[in-house]
Design a binder for this molecule. Structure first.
Ligand SMILES: [Zn+2]
Length: 73
């Protein structure tokens, strides 16, 4: 009898976790979040909306934009 209760609890937990993961996947799908771009300085992938844009290049932060600009000189 105790095993049956454990199985039921296990199944419920599995369903809850599965549901949570599915919701998370949907929220984090690239189509909903937007375009991914690459920082020209460190090559980190970031969202276009969170990136710093300079001419045709993207940067993960203002600091990397400035570092890349310094390297050019
Ligand atoms: Zn960077």
């Amino acid at each position: 009898m105790r095993i049956l209760v454990l199985i039921v609890i296990g199944l419920l937990l599995y369903m809850i976790i599965n549901n949570l993961f599915r919701k998370k996947d949907r929220l984090e799908s690239p189509e909903e979040l937007g375009k991914m771009v690459r920082c020209k300085y460190c090559e980190l992938h970031i969202l276009e909306q969170e990136s710093v844009e300079s001419a045709d290049d993207y940067f993960c932060s203002q600091a990397h934009l400035e570092l890349e600009a310094k390297q050019k000189k």
